[in-house]
Design a protein around this ligand. Sequence first.
Ligand SMILES: Nc1nc2c(c(=O)[nH]1)N[C@H]1C(S)=C(S)[C@@H](COP(=O)(O)OP(=O)(O)OC[C@H]3O[C@@H](n4cnc5c(=O)[nH]c(N)nc54)[C@H](O)[C@@H]3O)O[C@H]1N2
Ligand SMILES: Nc1nc2c(c(=O)[nH]1)N[C@H]1C(S)=C(S)[C@@H](COP(=O)(O)OP(=O)(O)OC[C@H]3O[C@@H](n4cnc5c(=O)[nH]c(N)nc54)[C@H](O)[C@@H]3O)O[C@H]1N2
Ligand SMILES: [Mo]
Length: 555
Amino acid sequence: MVGLATAFGSGAMTNSIDDIADDAQAFFVIGTNTTENHPVIGMRIRQAVRQRGAKLIVADPRKIKLTDFATLHLRHQPGTDIALINGLMHIILANGWEDKGFIQERSEGFEDFKVVVDQYSPEKTSQITGVSIDDLETAAEILSQNKPASVLWAMGITQHTTGVGNVMSLANLQMLLGNMGVLGGGTNPLRGQNNVQGACDLGGLPDVYPGYQKVTDAAHREKFAQAWGLTEEQLSLNIGLTATEMMPLAVEGKLKAIYIMGEDPVMSEPDTNHIRKALETCDLVVLQEIFPSETAPYADVLLPGASFAEKDGTFTNTERRIQMVHKAITSPGEAKPDWWIISELAKKILAGGKRQVKEADFSAWEYQDTDQIMAEIAALTPIYGGVSHQRLINGETLQWPVKDAEHPGTPILHVGQFSRGKGQFNPIEHIPPVELPDKDFPMILSTGRVLYHWHGGQMTRRSKGLLDIYPEALIEVNDLDAEKLGLNGNKRVRVSSRRGTIEAQALVTDRVPPGMVYANFHFPEASANELTIAALDPVAKIPEYKVCAVKVESV
Ligand SMILES: Nc1nc2c(c(=O)[nH]1)N[C@H]1C(S)=C(S)[C@@H](COP(=O)(O)OP(=O)(O)OC[C@H]3O[C@@H](n4cnc5c(=O)[nH]c(N)nc54)[C@H](O)[C@@H]3O)O[C@H]1N2
Ligand SMILES: Nc1nc2c(c(=O)[nH]1)N[C@H]1C(S)=C(S)[C@@H](COP(=O)(O)OP(=O)(O)OC[C@H]3O[C@@H](n4cnc5c(=O)[nH]c(N)nc54)[C@H](O)[C@@H]3O)O[C@H]1N2
Ligand SMILES: [Mo]
């Protein structure tokens, strides 16, 4: 990713939950079902709207809970976000509502960007998105007249083959309105897993060391080789693979061994048949899990990990806040913290392997506890430079960057200046989803979550209370489609794509628009991923989970 989007490459919220909830005069909620998936933030938005009259625009093909409170609901066609955002910016520019001072002083690339936005007239935008010209104008006016406005998004924006373009368009919008670097503004991707932010921060990405230090930079290689007692040749300057790139290579037999920790790809990766084939073809599958998941039958070795409640360490939450957790209960059986398993494995590989390792380096894996791991992180990761368990235990609440032991942390990014200097406007064109409805598969499938379950459901399907409320997969079908299909009330449907078929109970509802069905991936007997397409965003390599073509029949 380039320009300002490097800030999003790290996928971080620029602002904090408190300032967004307290200071935003308007919210642009686009592709986040906030009350179901980030209930605390969803509640804060609802309170801001109800208690202090903040304006709320929801852009989502589905009616979500927040649309009940929204000033305006833009119900655009799935996969048309770039056109929608360009169209709004076109109206903003046509009315002279842009923040000229901000554009002048803090941005670059405006002229090239404007050439593209000029082409998205209200007529053209309405035609692509299905949103009325009136609604487009109202939305542009609300965003321009109520400042600061905060943009919030999640997977409805990123899980497309245009995911990066979608995110860059939202950055364009916020720069155009001058909403960056201020309380109550910003670009705010709501992060998903409790520690996905921390995992990315600490190098759980194929192109960076901890702290987003690029692996392609020889200076970074030198620094890490030195710290880890390796020769420079032992650390590659090449970018690695993402999970979504590994699976096709495994199918081809080019990737032979895979070590999976805390992921259940048979439930969560797109196109399950292709995932099964990939895992079957691998010579070695190691799975480090807290439960025997749907992926477990494909594993040659199962390593029992300890759950969050059974270990010490930190999680970094969606607002870059580093939080300490302490072991509350003892692990069952032989389960051990993930870090312990990894370091034992590393030591065994080093002892038995052919790699030459200097004397001191073996002890690089001799961690006594997680305090020591955090000390290493702080020494090598500038954005975590001042973090220590002791500071967290003392009650400090640190949001990165935390530059040194005295630095108080950074609640808002890009105040006064972007990390790269000037913010980059990027010209972005609308590109339709890879697979759109046709004669054989005439409807759109969108996929996602429900409040009561978590992804592949390994944890939530083991909870009796949750299963009592939401015991089986439900597929949302619009009333008009239900009538056409001959469904009335709750009936079973068969949903097929070019890749697979599932059968489940239909939930007839106007939450989905006509022509679209919505399925979740919480239940193995009817998982949406039997149907989804493994088409990837060319940069972020995220799959297009939110749009594929299906056929729906009454069973
Ligand atoms: N209860 C619960 N909470 C969770 C999770 C869970 O499994 N269960 N998972 C966590 C994780 S890891 C994540 S990443 C987050 C995900 O949080 P969300 O992104 O809120 O989750 P999704 O259910 O994928 O919902 C995406 C929303 O985008 C909308 N959408 C679909 N297509 C489009 C489109 O083309 N454009 C726009 N603008 N919107 C679209 C959908 O209708 C839906 O409202 O949730 C986290 N929170
Ligand atoms: N169709 C469709 N598919 C999707 C999505 C979508 O919107 N639509 N969303 C995608 C997104 S955003 C995400 S984040 C993924 C999530 O997909 P996954 O990461 O595969 O799902 P989870 O169920 O969160 O976690 C996987 C496993 O981690 C195990 N686990 C929990 N805690 C620990 C631990 O401390 N240690 C170890 N070793 N294991 C642990 C759980 O038992 C679980 O089986 O799904 C993706 N897949
Ligand atoms: Mo996620």
